[in-house]
Design a protein around this ligand. Structure first.
Ligand code: SF4
Length: 79
């Protein structure tokens, strides 16, 4: 199945991005949520990052990429 068809089936809006934090790689440095507080936030229990949005629209794309690039553990995936 093509990616585009998968996205349509899953309700993913074309032009939006998916952003994920790998919980095993994240060490809670906090650089991502200091860099992009509209996209990332600390979890209350351990300060590790979580993504605030299921999909990141074009308005926050640059912030999401900046946050991912700032992560010293390379724990953030943007696609
Ligand atoms: S910058 Fe990276 S290691 Fe630090 S909290 Fe964010 S995802 Fe985790």
């Amino acid at each position: 199945m093509s990616r585009r068809l998968e996205d349509r089936n899953s309700g993913f809006e074309e032009g939006n991005m998916r952003v994920r934090v790998d919980g095993k790689q994240c060490q809670g440095h906090g650089v991502c949520y200091m860099t992009a507080p509209d996209v990332f936030a600390p979890r209350e229990e351990d300060g590790h990052a979580e993504v605030l949005l299921d999909e990141v629209g074009p308005d926050l794309e640059a912030a999401a990429r900046d946050g991912a690039e700032a992560c010293p553990e390379r724990a953030i995936t943007v696609e």
